[in-house]
Design a protein around this ligand. Structure first.
Ligand code: SF4
Ligand code: MG
Length: 330
């Protein structure tokens, strides 16, 4: 069952230079209990999509629907959305230091978060906080409860953030590049921890990453974004094993995560388009090694039986010739 059902979402952000067309007609669903990944280079619109849906970009103009447990988040007041963000949906960002207050101990911050949403005693909240810190494998959790964020390593801080995000038993955890600032061994540990917590807490995870290799480790399904559009989506195995879209194939060749030694890394030449004036036709046209004349027209979204979707002229099946007319039955 879908816990998040995004339908025809359009997000424009007014700026001094004009409107940034950050998200253009994007639809996807995240099912309950699944690990869903959104991948794309920086500037593809993936963070803006999530942040605007969560009300974190107040000036954004949004149309479409974002049904979370059946309720359209786009119709909620900022206050109602803030409540939802605390109690039902939690967010983890790339830099835990920006989410943790430097002047308070990590234990205190978890306790405050719990007590802001639930009527529990300080002692009960503290016991729960220590239990959570143990769960995310902070060594010596009871003693570290009184430590300050700067006394933790980057990986440990991200563990604290995961503990904090789990403290209210959220239905949905949104993680935006949670491992990007970490070295690759720690990245793998944090990803595995997220996947494990998803199981233990029965939560749904929506994770954003610029690296398809990272998502391949944990995601059940992925959506590939570029130039504010969804270019491909489907089960990780199929999207990563046999990408339908040239952009997905390019991302795979450029991913350094868990790459076998000696395999060359081939970055996609060029840069993503400006979202102030996205190109007409296929948004990937300028950088696509397969571009054809027809690509100056917008390709239609193709859906396959296995649930994979692709927005590319290459994946449009050729038109079948009409069946020959049969002689009229006697
Ligand atoms: Fe490349 Fe054309 Fe497909 Fe766009 S529609 S990805 S330009 S082949
Ligand atoms: Mg981002």
């Amino acid at each position: 069952m879908a816990i998040l059902d995004v339908r025809n979402l359009v997000v424009d952000i007014p700026t001094e230079d004009g409107a940034v067309h950050a998200v253009q007609d994007v639809s996807f669903t995240v099912n309950e209990g699944e690990f869903f990944g959104i991948v794309g280079e920086s500037g593809s619109g993936k963070s803006v999509l999530v942040q605007s849906v969560m009300g974190l970009i107040p000036q954004s103009k949004r149309t479409g629907q974002v049904l979370f447990q059946g309720e359209d988040l786009l119709t909620l007041s900022p206050e109602a959305l803030r409540q939802k963000r605390g109690a039902k949906i939690s967010m983890i960002f790339q830099d835990p230091l920006s989410s943790l207050h430097p002047q308070y101990t990590v234990g205190w911050q978890i306790v405050e978060q719990i007590r802001a949403h639930e009527r529990v005693s300080k002692e009960a909240a503290k016991a729960r906080a220590i239990e959570l810190l143990e769960k995310v494998r902070i060594p010596d959790a009871a003693a570290r409860f009184d430590a300050y964020p700067h006394q933790f390593s980057g990986g440990m801080r991200q563990r604290v953030m995961i503990a904090m995000s789990l403290s209210l038993n959220p239905a949905l955890i949104i993680a935006d590049e949670p491992t990007t600032a970490l070295d690759s061994t720690v990245q793998a540990q944090i990803l595995d921890l997220l996947a494990e917590m998803r199981q233990d807490f029965g939560a749904t995870v929506l994770m954003i990453s610029h690296d398809l290799g990272i998502l391949s480790r944990v995601a059940d399904r992925v959506m590939v974004m570029y130039g504010g559009r969804k270019l491909e989506s489907g089960a990780s195995d199929s999207v990563l094993g046999n990408p339908a879209h040239p952009y997905t194939a390019g991302l795979l060749r450029s991913s350094s995560f868990n790459r076998a030694p000696g395999t060359p890394l081939i970055p996609i030449a060029g840069r993503p388009p400006s979202l102030l004036s996205p190109p007409s036709g296929c948004v990937f046209r300028d950088r696509c090694p397969n571009a054809m004349d027809i690509c100056s027209e917008a390709p239609p979204l193709q859906r396959y039986d296995d649930g994979t979707e692709s927005l590319c002229w290459l994946t449009v099946p050729p038109v079948e010739p009409p069946a020959p007319e049969l002689p009229p039955a006697e």
